[in-house]
Design a protein around this ligand. Structure first.
Ligand code: GRF
Length: 200
């Protein structure tokens, strides 16, 4: 299966997928990496791995709709079977969902539906949860509101701050992402309402 990965930052999730795709049995290859900003580590990782990249920056477009169209085209160029938003910090719009809906996975560093949005780790810690974790969802038109494919719990430890908890969550998140993307690539992923299952 052909994977396109959407990135905005460090790309640790991308790095995990690039490591996995070296194993031919994995069944998926990262064929393109698309960022919403230049100069991020994730783009360097892609280039070092010989994977083509594209940058679609909001500031280069007259409005959000034009950006959405450009992002959709930049991803479509790679003919993806699956699109993985891993550390991607933008909401994809209607054109993107129309083109790739049902085949866009997003990873979020909290146990959805709790703590959606850009500060899930900080919000969970501030709330005083004893267990947080990460969630893999199928992207819909909302903010981290799509059907849940898989989740992994991560216990909050005394003295945790946002960084230490996020780093521990990211360890679980990378493993979950590699596992779920591989299975979806090999077996297919079916979305039925709010439920998902592997298969065709
Ligand atoms: C990840 O925890 C992702 O879920 C969240 O931000 C982090 C970015 O990770 N949105 P990465 O290193 O850029 O993949």
């Amino acid at each position: 299966a052909r994977l396109v990965v959407l990135v905005s930052g460090a790309g640790s999730n991308l790095a995990a997928l690039l490591a996995a795709h070296d194993d031919l049995a994995y069944g998926a290859r990262v064929v393109g990496v698309v960022a919403d900003r230049p100069g991020i580590r994730a783009l360097e990782l892609a280039q070092e791995a010989g994977v083509p990249t594209a940058v679609v920056s909001l500031k280069d477009f007259p409005d959000r709709g034009a950006w959405d169209e450009a992002l959709t085209e930049a991803v479509a160029v790679f003919s993806p079977d699956l699109v993985v938003a891993a550390g991607f910090m933008k909401l994809v719009g209607a054109p993107f969902l129309a083109r790739f809906g049902g085949r866009i996975l997003n990873t979020h560093p909290a146990l959805l539906p709790s703590f959606p949005g850009a500060h899930g780790v900080r919000d969970a810690l501030a709330y005083g949860v004893k267990v947080s974790g990460c969630s893999l969802i199928v992207v819909d038109e909302g903010v981290d509101s799509g059907p849940i494919v898989a989740q992994v719990p991560v216990v909050v430890q005394d003295g945790d701050d946002e960084d230490s908890l996020h780093e521990r969550i990211k360890v679980a998140e990378r493993a979950l992402l590699v596992d779920v993307v591989g299975r979806a690539a090999r077996e297919g992923l079916v979305v039925e309402g709010r439920r998902t299952r592997f298969g065709r």
